[in-house]
Design a protein around this ligand. Structure first.
Ligand SMILES: Cc1ncc(COP(=O)(O)O)c(C=O)c1O
Length: 463
């Protein structure tokens, strides 16, 4: 009889193998997903193989094709073969990567993954790395270290005394930041009212970027209050990157901690061709990024990195009498807000080894080239207009019918319904707009051709 594990691997394998032929969009409704499911907990347990088959059957119509080379919605990577396979292995090993004592393999290999990550991103080798569930938790982790650091400088011990009565923290943040930054500030008790948005205006060339004089004026207005500056490496609409070489020294000279949302944009630093777009990024105090975006690890995988390892450890470290700590390997829990956790760094290690320096640069550059080709191909269609030509791997396009009505959402829905490609939309400067985001190692010239053809067919039918 086939084991439950073999059944699961067969279902998973089939899904991966079908990527170029199956619909990129899910094909069923909520009702289709629910149909095979019991309404209540079964009185007695089911056969394990039957459970696997039942869940596979229920999920099938609702599976999203984000592994496909023709998936361009939100910002999602594919999963590199070695990273995907290593993730399966990590699941089967079922290690608890909380301490070196609970899983020496996970802890030691997490150290190696961190070292190779810093090397790949050209960040100082003395930085501390933390493997999280995603960029949201990387913000929370890195900003907890920032909170410790700026309050310690003001003579306040936030880990002991909390924030009641603490000197207020001022956060000067790029106005085009991702809302996960705001949520991290909420979770940390700093609150969104502490945010002063910068770089909201500007001409087309400076859109999405903080200006140096604006930052200097905002820093002066804080009058020496504990300050965190949050900059962008790649905002999700334009791919705009702040001028780190110019801004970071200004902020640090004023005593501020500089944190970067580099969910995908930090990876530009791994490409000699694109690294100039983020020149000076290595000067920052902390960085938040994702493995499951441009590095193409499977979900979920994020990284928080800081040059202030002591601040990170001060904000995270916990002890308990039953823990076995203090060997020659770092204990992962000293670097993350999690306690028990899967061996999350292993797929990152696999992805970095599978790509190497040249493969990583090639992946980043290829995605940018494909984003440009998709944008240019679609923008040339009757009824399409370019709103933002990709500088990196993100672009914006808007669609109108012959009467001039914005039909962007209808075009996105029609492309997605065709099963050929998948996009998502956004409200950009008050009007609905289609986003293009290319983050997948699988996307190739044929995918670009099929995608432009799908957009042409959808647009023609709607005009
Ligand atoms: C720029 C940016 N920052 C942060 C995030 C949040 O990342 P995650 O979903 O990995 O937590 C995203 C997600 O798309 C993003 O695009």
């Amino acid at each position: 009889m086939t084991s439950p594990l073999d059944l699961a691997i067969t279902h998973g394998r089939r899904f991966v193998a079908e990527q170029s032929s199956r619909s990129v969009a899910p094909t069923g409704s909520r009702a289709d997903i629910l149909a095979p499911m019991p309404a209540a907990l079964p009185a007695t347990g089911m056969d394990a193989g039957d459970v696997v088959n039942l869940i596979a059957r229920a999920a099938e119509p609702g599976l999203m094709g984000n592994l496909s080379g023709r998936f361009f919605a939100w910002v999602k990577g594919g999963a590199l073969p070695a990273a995907q396979a290593t993730d399966v292995m990590a699941t089967l090993w079922d290690q608890n990567a909380v301490l070196a004592a609970t899983s020496p393999a996970s802890a030691v290999l997490e150290e190696v993954a961190g070292r190779l990550l810093l090397d790949a991103l050209h960040l100082p080798e003395s930085c501390a790395t933390s493997f999280t569930t995603g960029c949201q938790m990387s913000h929370a982790t890195a900003l907890a270290a920032a909170r410790h650091h700026v309050l310690a400088r003001a003579g306040w011990d936030v880990e002991v005394d909390g924030l009641f009565g603490a000197p207020p923290i001022c956060v000067l943040a790029n106005a085009h930041r991702h809302s996960s930054v705001d949520r991290a500030l909420r979770l940390l008790g700093i609150g969104t009212a502490s945010i002063v948005p910068l770089g909201g205006g500007g001409n087309a060339a400076d859109l999405g970027k903080v200006a140096a004089d604006e930052l200097a004026a905002a820093l002066a207005a804080t009058q020496g209050a504990p300050t965190i500056v949050v900059l962008n490496a790649g905002d999700l609409n334009l791919g705009a990157c702040d001028d780190f070489a110019r801004l970071v020294p200004i902020a640090q000279a004023a005593g501020a901690w500089v944190h970067v949302d580099g969910a995908f944009g930090l990876w530009l630093n791994a490409s000699p061709r694109l690294a100039p777009l983020v020149a000076g990024i290595a000067l920052c105090d902390s960085w938040a990024t994702d493995g499951h975006k441009w590095l193409n690890t499977p979900y979920d995988c994020g990284m928080a990195i800081t040059r202030h390892g002591d601040a990170l450890k001060a904000s995270m470290r916990m002890t308990a009498s039953y823990l076995t700590t203090g060997g020659d390997t770092r204990d992962p829990m000293d670097y993350t807000p999690e306690w028990s956790r899967r061996a999350r760094a292993l797929p990152t290690l696999a992805a970095l080894l599978e790509l190497g320096r040249a493969g990583l640069a090639d992946l980043i550059e290829r995605c940018c080239d494909h984003a440009l080709a998709i944008h240019d191909g679609i923008a040339a269609l009757d009824g399409a207009s370019s709103i933002a030509r990709p500088i990196i791997n993100q672009g914006l396009i808007r669609f109108h019918d012959r009467a001039g009505t914005n039909i962007s959402d209808a075009v996105i829905a029609a492309i997605n319904a065709s099963g050929e490609a998948f996009f998502s939309g956004t409200l950009w400067q008050g009007a609905r707009t289609m986003r293009i985001s290319v983050c997948n190692w699988q996307t190739n010239a044929d995918d670009v051709r099929r995608t432009v053809a799908a957009a042409a067919a959808a647009l023609a039918a709607l005009r």
